[in-house]
Write a protein that binds this ligand. Sequence first.
Ligand SMILES: [Cu+2]
Length: 479
Amino acid sequence: MSIRHYVLLATDGSISLPKDEVLCTTNREDVYIFGFTGGLLEVDGVKIKGNEYLDYTDKDNWDTILKKKGEATIPSPIIWGEVGDHIYITLINIGMERRDDLKDFHTVHMHGAHVATQLDGFPESSFGVPMWEKTDTAPPKATYFFHPEDPGTLMYHCHVEASEHVQMGMYGALVIYPSMESLAKNGITKCNKCGHWRLNGEEQYDIPKTATNRNFAYNNIHSYFDKEYVMLLSDIDSEWHKSVSIKNNPDPFNAINFKPDFWLINGRAFPDTLRPHPLSVGSDPNLTQINYESYVHVKTNEKFLLRMINMGYQVVPWHIHGWHFMVVGKDSHLSPFLVFGKECKHLNHQLTEMGFTNTIGSGETYDLIITADDKRSLYRKYIVKGQDGFDSFCKQLSEIDPAAIFDIPEEPVNCANPQLIDLINYIQICNQPYGDPNNQFFPQFYPMHNHDDYKVTNNGKYPGGQLTMIQIDAPDKPM
Ligand SMILES: [Cu+2]
């Protein structure tokens, strides 16, 4: 059990969204937002390197805290902990930079967390945190407390005038991992001496020794994953944002006219979703445990978890190419199929909830696990050598106009340093040294996207919006 103390600073800011489909485009729109900045201050009394300035009890930090005015981001910092932790979130309302006339209250509503009314962040039944105006005295603040009883994927957002403050961007991911204790209560233990994971005393050789309790989505052996990704979905009506940015606007936006024109994953639209996430910073394991990266990069045979969160106002049919996902949980509850399959060593996929499109309403979360199955036994022969009288696919590709074959970014794209942009196309993959079954086939790439395909656009240009890529490299072991 740990005591984790987060400090969130409510303020405004802007995000820069691509207005076309071009990788690293400079054709962009600045959208005015509200949001939270800040993050994790300390764990068990030990301050996080780089975040010491968040210690509001030290007067010397007040200047730095106030300088964060105008630096809100979408999404807000990830808040995470384990079952049984004491999670404290201190909210300080540092006010708006552009809309300095606005003195709105803000709150933190931990969406999906069963907390007491007083801590629920719904201002109409509790309170709001007023703006820090007398900055020569300590800021008004409130510290929310959450004692997570169950693992899962949740979210948090401001609940003051929620129609506007949520649309403006005041939201982030909230993730709870199982603890070693909660796993043990469900028969899952790790042998101290040998390092093997066990279910009811029986060794589970599929789960690597390096795994920790933070490689499980739930207190269930089938919720093991190698890598995890938060996919926080939201939508932006830039006219609404423009309207809020204007002081004393004589014609304020009416929420019923909502008509989004940008669709985001973790605060970004494709092709920005292929770039390293700007909020992934710091070297402290408490900061790097989980992040907002949206370019999925795994090896064949690995399992990856998608923590789907919908903070937008529209329903999202989230479609994944390549494989079918298993729903391991919804709204921080283990899938009932896995409850029944708890003691089974191997899950029968006929008896779990599988799919290729997951419909996610606003305020819902889903935990999806995908196994990057090896497709070589089915497809490699045709692609590399040809079969059934058909030429190899590589040969066919070599005969068509190379310009018709797209270049795909390998690894997240660093636009700040164009020399580092590594693009690959399938001709190159085909040309890799012959004879090695690990080559001439990898990497594989699959998209995943909102299947309301007009939302895979920026400013009407395709592809953009809610789209990102999954890159799958060769497995560690040859075929
Ligand atoms: Cu607010």
